[in-house]
Design a protein around this ligand. Structure first.
Ligand code: ZN
Length: 328
């Protein structure tokens, strides 16, 4: 760890919450911040008191838990890694620690953690149309093995999501309903033209044979690095819902994991085209690895596709109930 900028002790300022972090307004809670590597970081102990959680700082981790043990947040020191109730999510910047204190980047508090804990940080919006986007199609097979093609699995899964969401009373559309070529631009244009309220893109993954598990992506906030690298300063349409993107990604990721019990590769950030160029909350799910021998077989089964679809629906329902309580 490298504390740069002003002397660490001098940089520790005690400020009223409202003055530091826009949305927080508990008048009697104080949040201290410090500068680390030219970035504003917040004391995790103060965040714990703000949420009324207990805080334990060990050498490797900071753990925040509620008295009733229903909420448990774990942050790994020196890594951009969080875990909320057993579900992994990547932060934009590493957690920093020194002695009994640990710190989270203010941007991560606002855009990665607060959206999971407090619905009133989300933007309210209608749920008039949910757009499901089966990845690839036509000449574009996507990930492809001797036994299966990504484009078929994504369409079969999307059809299940469509049926299930409709049975819950939602208005749902697919960007493609058959095996056809469809550019990324056509997908986002269609979502925009139809006035989609949510955009959920479904894919399967490819890597070396040993790798397996579920990954769910949402748009990287402007100026931050994506989980697998790459920084861009410009704000994109997909950044209009930064807090909602995280909440939706987390709920869907959790819903799928609960059913498939896949390895948890975490909620991640990326600037994929379909996440950048949409005007509503959007996520991209990599349901599993076709390139892994056992997972590759599993994700072709009706059971797995049904579990993924049910997990997506549970995530959407939980997200919907959160935005009904949203503040703005
Ligand atoms: Zn794909």
């Amino acid at each position: 760890m490298n504390f740069r900028g002003p002397c660490f002790k001098l940089a520790v300022l005690l400020l009223l919450l409202g003055g530091v972090i826009g949305d927080l307004s508990a008048a009697d809670t104080r949040i201290r911040y410090t500068w680390i590597q030219s970035r504003r970081y917040i004391y995790l102990r103060d965040i714990a008191s703000y949420y009324n959680l207990d805080c334990f700082v060990t050498k490797e981790q900071t753990v925040l838990t509620s008295k009733d043990r229903k909420r448990r947040l774990v942050f790994t020191h020196e890594k951009p890694l969080g875990d909320y109730n057993g579900v992994k999510f990547y932060l934009l910047y590493p957690i920093q620690a020194q002695g009994i204190q640990s710190y989270i980047a203010e941007e991560d508090f606002r855009l990665s953690v607060d959206p999971l804990l407090r619905a009133n940080t989300l933007r309210k919006h209608s749920m008039k149309l949910i757009m499901i986007d089966p990845g690839h199609g036509g000449k574009d097979l996507g990930g492809n093995t001797r036994f299966a093609r990504e484009k078929d699995i994504t369409l079969a899964t999307a059809r299940r999501v469509l049926r299930l969401l409709r049975s819950k009373g939602y208005n749902v559309a697919l960007t493609r309903t058959v095996d056809q070529d469809l550019s990324l631009e056509d997908r986002t244009d269609y979502a925009r033209k139809m006035g989609a309220s949510l955009f959920i893109s479904i894919h399967t993954n490819m890597a070396s044979p040993a790798v397996s598990g579920l990954e769910t992506f949402c748009m990287t906030p402007a100026g931050a690095s994506s989980t697998h690298g790459g920084v861009k300063k410009e704000k994109e349409p997909g950044n209009s819902y930064d807090t909602n993107n995280m909440a939706l990604a987390f709920e869907v990721h959790r819903g799928i994991l609960r059913r498939t019990k896949s390895a948890d590769r975490g909620v991640k950030r990326a600037r994929f085209y379909v996440l950048r160029r949409v005007y509503c909350p959007a996520i991209l799910i990599e349901t599993g690895f076709l390139s892994n021998p056992s997972e590759g077989k599993r994700i072709q089964t009706d059971w797995f596709q049904q579990m993924v679809a049910e997990g997506i629906v549970e995530g959407v329902l939980r997200y919907h109930s959160a935005i009904l309580k949203a503040g703005k």
